[in-house]
Design a protein around this ligand. Structure first.
Ligand code: MLT
Length: 404
């Protein structure tokens, strides 16, 4: 008799953004006249930059000519892209990362979900609470957690590190030492950032305890403050304890194009095995490479024109972040984030729960956001708005909220 993976049955409900999508669809069907503005899922709205479009056109033409056609991409990514990444994202920032330590993929969501596969099921994970749901859900699916505890609103056998107003939304070292520590900075969902000395403490902690940090830096392009690191490899000793995940979705608008990468330094050894070779084995077996045309588009992100155009695009979204932050603050909301990240984290008014506020905003202002409790128990009473809307919609949304 066929049995299923019962770990999946531990997951309550559907994936957060699927649940929101269904709710919004139902609302729109019932209220076809409503002009609903979405500041919910962190999906971009600006078109791909001209330098990227040009690279795409050129590489599509190459694919139509036998002399320049490309079949399967190399498992780990084309050399031209891996070198551009190593130089621009790492060496130019003083980080000691080589091109052959970079694994090109179809995005940080898959990598952040898949990376847990190279670790034993007996490892204990630690996550921030609130947290990007993919880290926890994929560990649940793998069987690395216990059951879902309805009262607590989280899983047994997972170390949750509360990120609250009281600690400035930064995790503190947990009482029990974790094996695998997921950190995301600039943070999704709180929009908070970590300073380099603070991150150095985590690196030292991981090296001292033999833990591994999985560092999600998908939002690094939004950093505006000097003392905030763009990569964990800016910290001393990170090569022996950290894996870094990066995305082209938020810095270059590739949410629908799909491209990302993971860095596994060759010095990262646990249980007598270097994790680089394990991830290479996994990648080579289960992934046939990101498309040539997409990798060429990724290369254009690092061209002088690409860099200038994307700086402007990130600036556009960050002016939205500023408008949301200031608009909500002037309306009396308690807000944070939005300075080094495209997310604004606000406290729900009148002690509403996160989902009550979601319904309230949708019904009274036709605005979609993301309930903080969807990211974890300590997100209850909070709400996330994204700066990835168009400028016009963002301004309109803030006016509507102010007028409530
Ligand atoms: C989010 O809204 O949290 C992100 O868009 C999710 C993602 O990047 O997968």
């Amino acid at each position: 008799m066929v049995t299923v993976n019962h770990n999946y049955l531990k997951l309550p409900g559907s994936y957060l953004f699927s649940t929101i999508g269904k709710k919004v669809k139902a609302y729109k069907e019932a209220n076809p006249q409503a002009n609903v503005i979405s500041l919910g899922i962190g999906d971009v709205t600006q078109p791909l930059a001209p330098a990227i479009i040009e690279a795409l056109h050129k590489s599509v033409d190459e694919m139509g000519d036998a002399a320049t056609f490309h079949g399967y991409a190399p498992d780990l990514g084309y050399e031209f892209l891996r070198s551009a990444i190593a130089k621009n994202d790492y060496k130019d920032r003083g980080c000691d990362i080589e091109a052959d330590e970079i694994f090109v993929s179809d995005g940080a969501k898959s990598d952040s979900g898949n990376i847990q596969e190279i670790f034993g099921l007996d490892n204990k994970i630690a996550v921030c609470d609130p947290v990007y749901p993919v880290y926890v859900d994929t560990n649940v699916m793998a069987g690395r957690t216990g059951e879902y505890n309805k009262e607590r609103g989280n899983f047994d056998n997972v170390i949750y590190m509360p990120c609250t107003e009281a600690n400035g939304f930064l995790p503190e070292f947990p009482e029990e030492v974790p094996d695998i520590i997921y950190l995301c900075f600039p943070n999704n969902p709180t929009g908070g950032a970590i300073t380099k000395p603070q991150l150095q403490e985590w690196v030292d902690y991981a090296n001292k305890n033999g833990s591994v940090i999985i560092y999600d830096a998908a939002y690094e392009a939004y950093i505006s403050e000097e003392n905030v690191p763009h990569s964990i490899y800016e910290c001393e000793g990170a090569r022996t304890c950290a894996i870094e995940l990066r995305s082209f979705s938020k810095n270059a608008g590739f949410t629908g194009v799909r491209l990302g990468f993971t860095v596994v330094p060759k010095d990262l050894v646990r249980d007598g095995v270097d994790l680089h070779s394990l991830w290479a084995r996994r990648h080579g077996t289960k992934f046939n490479g990101a498309p040539y045309i997409v990798q060429r588009a990724g290369e254009a992100v690092y061209s002088p024109e690409g860099k200038a155009q994307l700086k402007e695009q990130v600036g556009y979204y960050m002016s939205n972040a500023k408008a949301i932050y200031e608009g909500l603050a002037s309306a009396g909301y308690s807000v944070s984030g939005g300075v080094n990240a495209p997310y604004i984290w606000l406290k729900t008014p009148d002690k509403m729960t996160s989902w009550e506020f979601f319904d309230y905003l949708l019904e009274k202002a036709n605005i979609v956001g993301t309930p903080g409790s969807g990211f974890g128990a300590h997100g209850e009473g909070f709400f996330r708005l994204t700066a990835f809307g168009t400028h016009e919609n963002t301004i309109e949304a803030i006016e509507r909220i102010k007028n409530l």
